[in-house]
Design a binder for this molecule. Structure first.
Ligand code: 8X3
Length: 251
């Protein structure tokens, strides 16, 4: 029986790359996001390989999340793998000057959105006594860096939520994998710097960052371990990166 995975934030970056990697493994997909055209294009490109269903909702909107997920057919509720990938950074600067709108955006998607989606799907997994939840955290969740403040806090929350899920879902045989990447070149920095290309490009200058596919590759590895094995916590850096703040850049 082929597995079924639901991926949030699947229209780009790590979410999209994970959908592509799962399709290679023959895992059927429910791809979720806000950008319908991007999801349609992804569905189109994968449809020859696996079954792909699209769900459009904004993880920040509790009602939208609940309505969209509950609209799934009974068969489609048999989700084996949930990839909580949706999330982003908004702004980067001293906390005393921070934008409360940016803070809302990060806490609403990275923390509350992840919880809303999981809250619907965890009972389905519990009832089947099986499932695998992959939470996309960040090195920012393990180490707070200057000007990262609320973004780092939102990812520290993801770390705590992964631990909490692992503890509370333990009796039901549900696997929880926390994935904490360092520098990955995606739309991430363009969003963080609100479209300022120069600032975004500077983040990845002088070294070879990770690609979305590198993270997807590790997630694909995590979901193909034997039933008795769970990769609980994975930190991934490009070779040039040694910590949240130390990156060896060519001059
Ligand atoms: C993304 C990695 O180092 O920009 O979460 O916070 S970092």
């Amino acid at each position: 029986m082929p597995k079924l995975a639901l991926i949030t934030g699947a229209s780009s970056g790590i979410g999209k790359a994970t959908a592509e990697a799962f399709a290679e493994l023959g895992i059927n997909l429910i791809i979720c996001g806000r950008r319908i055209e991007k999801l349609e294009a992804l569905k189109e490109s994968l449809s020859g390989k696996v079954d792909v269903q699209i769900l459009t909702f904004d993880v920040r909107d509790k009602e939208q999340v609940e309505n969209a997920l509950n609209s799934l057919s009974e068969t489609a509720k048999n989700i084996d793998i949930l990839v909580n990938n949706a999330g982003n950074a908004h702004g980067m600067g001293p906390i005393q000057d921070g934008s409360t709108d940016d803070w809302d955006a990060m806490i609403d998607s990275n923390v509350k959105g992840l919880l809303y989606v999981s809250r619907v799907i965890m009972p389905w997994m519990k009832a089947r006594k099986q499932g695998h939840i992959i939470n996309l955290s960040s090195i920012a969740g393990k180490s707070t860096y200057p000007n990262g403040n609320v973004y780092c806090a939102s990812k520290a929350a993801v770390e705590a939520i992964s631990e909490g899920m692992r503890l509370d879902l333990n009796p039901f045989g549900i696997k929880v994998t926390n994935v904490a990447p360092g520098a990955v070149e995606t739309e991430f920095s363009m969003v963080r710097f609100k479209g300022d290309e120069q600032k975004a490009d500077a983040i990845y200058k002088g070294f070879e960052p990770l690609k979305a596919e590198d993270i997807a590759d590790i997630i694909a590895f995590a979901v193909t371990r034997p039933p008795h094995v769970v990769m609980a916590d994975i930190t991934l850096f490009p070779v040039a990166q040694a910590s949240a703040t130390v990156i060896n850049r060519e001059a």
